[in-house]
Design a protein around this ligand. Structure first.
Ligand SMILES: Nc1nc2c(ncn2[C@@H]2O[C@H](COP(=O)(O)OP(=O)(O)OP(=O)(O)O)[C@@H](O)[C@H]2O)c(=O)[nH]1
Ligand SMILES: [Mg+2]
Length: 290
């Protein structure tokens, strides 16, 4: 039987849990989700994915039912490997600290000792960067005070907006790959070289314009036969759409969010960013929703 891992998204209402899950695990278009909000979640919305030889269950708990999750239905947290708590960084500290207290209580009561806990301070795009740093420090100190949990809790500032998309993609990858350690398949330099070319394709082509598959031959020396599986992989990652009988393709808004993060002046910085993000493409191109 395949090994299973359970991940839970929890947090106050309207903080961005379902949006994060859709954008990073279902390759949704972030711009669309920022413009047209999803309905509030009801109950515990579960999705099953496979990743290499692992089965992954992701539970998205309705923020409006937190009373329930923390009391009557706290068993929902049993056998969890990773809890991702999404807080809106723009809300009052007192309010968010109270939520953290409730969560840590559950964490201790259910003795979730093998479970990691991650706190995302989400929607940083709505706050001045300097203020984000102050807030981050306050959360970090608050968690540090709880000696029992401090070492198990990680905190990250996040946002799915264009400016922060790549950074957040990288953070989610890190969190995700830490929780599924040892099952990430056989990586090789040649495989990463392949993803490197994929990133170059995203960088090469103009936003949302139509391009022919043949362009890949002229621009990258990739034959039409080899181009299709490559473009399919980018399609799976939500970065590209085929059009007109698969003869042409166009990049998606999600790809534009992605490449905005790579637009930096310094060449070395850009290289470092590209090398860092290869892992994300590798991981998420192997994720399948069952
Ligand atoms: N500014 C900003 N808004 C965001 C971001 N991520 C999500 N949102 C918005 O936050 C709102 C709530 O998103 P949801 O994902 O539905 O929130 P939720 O936590 O699942 O809410 P419940 O299902 O009620 O628990 C939506 O209007 C999203 O567009 C972000 O990074 N920045
Ligand atoms: Mg939701």
């Amino acid at each position: 039987m395949a090994e299973t891992k359970k991940i839970i998204f929890v947090g106050p209402p309207n903080t961005g849990k379902t949006t994060i899950k859709s954008v990073f695990f279902e390759m949704a278009n972030p711009l669309k989700l920022l413009k047209n909000s999803l309905d509030p979640t009801r109950g515990a919305n579960s999705s099953i994915y496979s990743l290499f030889d692992l089965e992954l269950g992701i539970f998205d708990l309705a923020g409006q039912e937190n009373e329930n999750w923390f009391k009557k239905e706290r068993d929902v947290f049993n056998h969890t490997n990773l809890i991702i708590c999404v807080l809106d960084i723009n809300r009052y500290l007192k309010e968010n600290f109270a939520f953290i207290d409730d969560l840590l209580e559950i964490y201790k009561a259910l003795m979730l000792s093998t479970c990691s806990l991650v706190i995302l301070l989400h929607k940083i795009d709505l706050m001045e960067p300097l203020y984000v740093q102050h807030k981050y420090k306050a959360y970090d100190e608050y968690i540090e005070n709880d000696k029992k949990c401090a070492s198990k809790v990680q905190i990250y500032p996040t946002s799915i907006t264009k400016k922060y998309f790549l950074e957040t993609y990288d953070i989610i990858t890190k969190i995700f790959s830490n929780s599924i350690k040892n099952v990430s398949g056989a990586k090789s330099d040649s495989l990463f070289l392949d993803f490197r070319t994929d990133i170059n394709i995203i960088l090469q082509y103009d936003d949302l314009k139509k391009h022919s598959i043949k362009d890949l031959f002229y621009d990258f020396d990739i034959s039409i036969k080899d181009a299709t599986p490559r473009l399919r992989r980018l399609e799976k990652l939500g970065f590209l759409k085929f059009i007109e009988n698969m003869q042409n393709f166009q990049l998606t808004e999600r790809a534009i969010f992605f490449k905005t993060g790579l637009e930096v002046e310094n060449k070395d910085d850009k290289e470092n960013k590209i090398n860092k993000i290869l892992e994300s493409l590798y991981l998420f191109s192997n994720l399948n929703q069952n």
